[in-house]
Design a protein around this ligand. Structure first.
Ligand SMILES: *Cc1c(COP(=O)(O)O)cnc(C)c1O
Length: 358
C-alpha cells in the first residue's frame, strides 16, 4: 500500500433541496421547507460592529439557552445547542451507537437519521409506514435486542403526516425503557391539529426521550445553522463532553436570541401558514392531487389520480423557475413535496399549476 486507507462507508450522501436552475434569477424555491416569511426584523438591527466576531463565541450558548428555557418553559440545564439540529443528531449517534447496534426509523423519514447512524456504525432498520403515516405497530414489530435508538419526526418529513399524542405515548409505553426515542419537533410550531402535541410538551420529564428543535424552519434561520436538543440531564452532560467547542457561531447565537424575543413574527408566520395550508389543500384537491392531513408548512403531493405525472409537473414548474422536491431518493412513485411559500410565491405556484392542469 502506498496511500493512507480510510474506512468504507456505504451511504448515499444528503441531497439538499435544489436551489439553482442554471443562472435563472428570481427562483421560487419550494424544495426545502424553509419558513415563508424570511426572518425577524430584530435581526436586521444587530450591529456587526458590536457583535465581537473577532472573539470565539460562547461555547455553551448560555444566553441562548436562557432565552430558550424562558420561551418554552423548560430547564436550562437540559438544553444543548448545535450547528443545526443536524449536529445534535450526529452527536446522539456518536454517543449511543457501538458496532452491531440497530437504529430504527420509519421508511420515509428525514435522511440525516440514517446517514449519521450509518456513519457511527449502526445497522439501519426500516419500519414501513401505513398509508404514508408512521405505524406504531410496524415500529414495535421491528424492535430487537439490538435496537438502540428510534428516530422520528412529528409531523414527519417528507410525508407531512403525524402521530397524535395518544399514539406517541402508546409507542413510548410499548418500548423497552433502554431504547432512546428521539422525537424531532422541527415543524411543531405550524401544527394546528387538535390531537397533536409536541415531543417537548409530552416528554419533557422522560428518562428515555430526547427532543430535537430547530431555528431553520419557522424562525427562518436555516443558513445560520442553529438547533437544540432537550433531554435527560445525564445524556445532555455526556453530549457536552463530546461537543465541538465552538459549534454555534456568534451571529447564529445572537440571531436566535433575537428571533425568540420576536413573538409577533412567529404568530404572523403561523397565521400565514394556516391560511395557505387550507387554501392550497383545497386547490390541490380540485386538481385531483392527494395531500397529507396536517398543517405543517409542506405537502406531500400524490399524483396517482391526477391527469399528469409528478415528473411532468416537476419539469414544467422548473421551466418557470419554481422548484419542488423530487421524491426519487425514497423510491416513492409519482410524488413531489412542496413547501408553503410567501403569498407571492404561492400565487405563482397556483397560477402555473392552473395552466398545466386544465
Ligand atoms: C428541516 C428539518 C430539520 C432541521 O435541520 P437543521 O439541521 O436544524 O437545519 C430537522 N429535522 C427535520 C425532520 C427537518 O425536516
Amino acid at each position: 500500500m502506498t496511500e493512507p486507507i480510510f474506512r468504507k462507508i456505504n451511504i448515499e450522501s444528503y441531497k439538499p433541496g435544489k436551489s439553482f436552475i442554471g443562472k435563472k434569477r428570481n427562483l421560487i424555491k419550494l424544495s426545502a421547507n424553509e419558513g415563508a416569511l424570511g426572518f425577524s426584523k430584530n435581526i436586521s438591527k444587530i450591529n456587526l460592529k458590536y457583535s465581537r466576531i473577532d472573539k470565539y463565541p460562547d461555547s455553551n450558548c448560555k444566553k441562548l439557552r436562557k432565552e430558550i428555557s424562558k420561551t418554552y418553559n423548560c430547564k436550562y440545564e437540559k438544553i444543548i445547542c448545535g450547528s443545526g439540529s443536524d449536529e445534535i443528531i450526529q452527536m446522539i449517534c456518536q454517543l449511543f451507537i457501538s458496532k452491531n447496534d440497530e437504529v430504527l426509523i420509519p421508511q420515509y423519514s428525514f435522511l440525516m437519521y440514517r446517514i449519521y447512524a450509518k456513519i457511527a456504525g449502526a445497522k439501519i432498520v426500516f419500519a414501513k409506514e401505513k398509508n404514508f403515516k408512521i405505524s406504531v405497530d410496524n415500529l414495535i414489530s421491528k424492535v430487537t435486542k439490538k435496537t438502540k435508538i428510534i428516530f422520528l419526526a412529528n409531523p414527519n418529513n417528507p410525508t407531512g403526516t403525524y402521530l397524535n399524542s395518544n399514539e406517541l405515548i402508546n409507542l413510548r409505553k410499548r418500548l423497552n425503557k433502554k431504547i432512546l426515542l428521539v422525537i424531532d419537533d422541527a415543524y411543531f410550531e405550524y401544527m394546528n391539529n387538535n390531537d397533536y402535541k409536541s415531543g417537548l410538551n409530552l416528554f419533557s420529564n422522560s428518562k428515555n426521550v430526547f427532543i430535537l428543535r430547530t431555528f431553520s424552519k419557522i424562525y427562518g434561520l436555516a443558513s445560520l445553522r442553529v438547533g437544540w436538543g432537550y433531554g435527560p440531564k445525564k445524556i445532555i452532560d455526556a453530549l457536552y463532553s463530546i461537543k465541538p467547542p465552538f459549534n454555534v457561531n456568534k451571529l447564529a447565537q445572537i440571531s436566535a436570541i433575537e428571533s425568540l424575543k420576536d413573538k409577533k413574527f412567529v404568530t404572523k408566520s403561523i397565521k400565514h401558514n394556516l391560511f395557505w395550508s387550507k387554501k392550497l389543500k383545497t386547490f390541490f384537491a380540485k386538481k385531483k392531487i392527494k395531500t397529507n392531513n396536517s398543517t405543517a408548512n409542506f405537502f406531500l403531493l400524490d399524483f396517482n389520480n391526477c391527469k399528469f405525472s409528478a415528473n411532468y409537473i416537476y419539469k414544467n414548474l422548473e421551466k418557470k423557475g419554481i422548484i419542488l422536491r423530487k421524491m426519487n431518493y425514497y423510491k416513492m412513485e409519482n410524488k413531489l413535496r412542496v413547501t408553503i411559500g410567501s403569498t407571492k410565491e404561492n400565487i405563482q405556484l397556483i397560477k402555473n399549476l392552473n395552466k398545466l392542469i386544465k
